[in-house]
Write a protein of this length. Structure first.
Length: 144
């Protein structure tokens, strides 16, 4: 939810999203279970078919109360207050941290990229061939 695996986040953003997920987890870990009018716990039955096709077992777990996000406003106030009291400002060059993976290399290739003009000149294309490789009867008769 906070740091999807389908999206590539930059390290500071990924770290922030993981911290938000941690805060969310810690705030909602001890939510009370829903109890009906008779005082019986509300139970949800879920299939484990997604985990193991062969097990065909079911698991029951109590339904928790909905999450409350009342701490978000306090968190946002603290973030804005910290930004306003920051004397450094937002329009400054960002210095990468020592453990930031972007310090290793700009590209994943083991060799640095050549100039684009060199790559275009060296690149071979199967469409730029001047040979006549058509398969009509006249070419076959002339080549025999």
């Amino acid at each position: 939810m906070y740091a999807s695996k389908r999206i590539a986040y930059r390290p500071p953003t990924y770290r922030s999203r993981n911290l938000l997920a941690t805060i969310d987890h810690n705030r909602h870990i001890n939510r009370p279970s829903i109890v009906n009018r008779d005082g019986i716990l509300s139970i949800s039955v879920s299939g484990i078919k997604e985990v193991s096709i062969k097990s065909r077992s079911w698991s029951a777990y109590p339904v928790k109360e909905d999450k409350s996000y009342d701490y978000i406003t306090e968190l946002m106030e603290k973030v804005i207050e910290r930004m306003l009291n920051n004397n450094i400002g937002r329009n400054r060059p960002v210095v990468l941290e020592t453990d930031d993976p972007r310090r290793i290399s700009r590209v994943l290739a083991p060799i640095p990229p050549s100039a684009t003009t060199e790559i275009v000149q060296q690149q071979k294309s199967r469409f730029s061939s001047k040979r006549d490789d058509t398969l009509d009867d006249t070419n076959r008769l002339n080549s025999v």
